[in-house]
Design a protein around this ligand. Structure first.
Ligand SMILES: [Mn+2]
Length: 421
């Protein structure tokens, strides 16, 4: 990963305008209650550029007239911190992980002085006075200010001549193209997810509640070495499967129902995102099988379309039309135009450091992109919801299904369920 992040920083610097300073923050754990914090979640853009999952760090990139520079600011270790929370990453380790020279890594307390120095000696460092301050300005919502802007407020108060620009479009662009090292991490996350789903299948008929199967999954991926879930597990039986983001997972299992799982392991901050739908009785019954096979045929046909040059619109239109035809043939809807009543999401999304990864959805697919294909049909009247989701890598001439090993044919699922009795 060291080479990967070194290249990522180089590519980002190429995209930046000259005479600029970019600040990318690692973030910190939000406060929960009294003396407790939520778990720290590495800010993905910081991790993408440093390969470091530690809070309270700042990456500074300088784009000069002719030369570029990189600095990393890290937390200092105090005796108290070492005793209570454990030591934070030392300079040597940070240097090894990020591929940044040790003499370019400073304690956080030196940040202000360093920044002032860059501004005061900009002519010798950048070739001209600094003009642009690049920040990671993703807005989670209108109300929530990006964390980087809050941190950078004091800088802007001192240097109002700096023009703020967002790094987000550049980072979203770069993050669409996965390096070989990243694909390896994603594949591991998918492999752990596969093991988790296999454990679910083995235990499916022994369990009485949705949350037990959720626990089986977490148990297995944790044993495999994953950090945990890439997102909240959906274990939705019967009509619950018609709620797209059902994560309560509290219901009793009913033998006559299907159960839809949408889940994924997180490995070294890379996500997997897989959906599978299984029969609680062990066998797909009449309508369950008809609807399942319809969704499966759309899953396969859409995956077959994937190659460089294909657009998201083409994938969305194709799968929606095919689902509409299938749903009408099965009398789920009377007219194809009613498809949005039983299929109400898009066909997929980019996947990587974020499960719904950043990227430009109006751009045709290119080699190195990783995306999900996840058609579904949600028939509330029949208490049946089916979604089948795979994770696909776009290759030079086509695609590679990274989740190919996870069974999705009815006969294969039924055979595993039979074997578990
Ligand atoms: Mn998904």
């Amino acid at each position: 990963m060291k080479e990967h992040v070194r290249k990522a920083r180089k590519k980002l610097l190429e995209k930046m305008d000259k005479h600029a300073v970019a600040l990318i923050y690692a973030g910190k754990a939000p406060h929960k209650s009294l003396d407790q914090n939520y778990d720290y979640t590495p800010q993905r853009n910081f991790f993408y550029l440093t390969n470091i999952s530690e809070p309270n760090m700042i990456l500074m990139l300088l784009k000069g007239e002719k030369t570029n520079k990189e600095f990393l600011f890290i937390e200092e270790n105090t005796d108290h911190k070492i005793k209570w929370e454990g030591a934070s990453m030392e300079k040597e380790d940070a240097s090894k992980r990020a591929g940044i020279d040790e003499d370019a890594i400073f304690p956080l307390s030196k940040f202000d002085a360093t920044f002032n120095q860059v501004m005061n000696y900009a002519r010798s460092i950048l070739g001209r006075p600094a003009k642009i301050l690049y920040l990671d300005l993703y807005h989670p919502s209108v109300q929530k200010k990006p964390q980087s802007l809050i941190h950078a407020k004091t800088i802007l108060a001192h240097y109002p001549e700096l023009q703020v620009q967002s790094l987000n479009e550049h980072l979203a662009y770069l993050r669409m193209f996965k390096s070989a090292a990243e694909i390896k991490q994603i594949q591991t996350a998918i492999d752990h997810t596969a093991k988790g789903l296999n454990t679910i299948l083995k235990n499916l008929k022994k369990r009485t509640h949705e949350y037990q199967l959720q626990a089986d999954f977490l148990h297995e991926i944790t044993l495999s070495g994953s950090e945990g879930h890439a997102f909240d597990t959906i274990a939705a039986s019967g009509k619950n499967a018609t709620i797209l983001h059902y994560t309560a997972n509290r219901d009793t299992l009913n033998q006559d129902d299907l159960i839809l799982f949408d889940l994924g392991a997180l490995h070294e901050n890379y996500a997997a995102d897989i959906s599978r739908t299984y029969p609680l009785s062990g066998v797909f019954q009449g309508r369950q099988k008809e609807i399942y096979e319809a969704v499966l045929s759309v899953n396969k046909a859409t995956i077959e379309m994937i190659k460089p040059g294909v657009t998201w619109k083409e994938l969305n239109d194709f799968s929606k039309e095919m689902l509409a035809k299938k749903a009408k043939a099965l009398n789920i809807i009377n007219d194809e135009s009613q498809i949005t009543e039983v299929y109400y999401h898009s066909i997929g999304h980019f996947m990587g450091l974020d499960v719904h990864d950043v990227g430009l959805y109006d751009m045709p697919l290119k080699e190195g992109m990783v995306l999900t294909i996840e058609p579904g049909l949600y028939v509330k009247d029949e208490q049946i919801g089916v979604r089948i989701e795979d994770d696909i890598l776009v290759t030079k001439n086509g695609y590679k299904n990274l989740s190919k090993a996870i069974p999705k044919e009815t006969k294969d699922i039924e055979a595993i369920l039979k074997g578990s009795e």
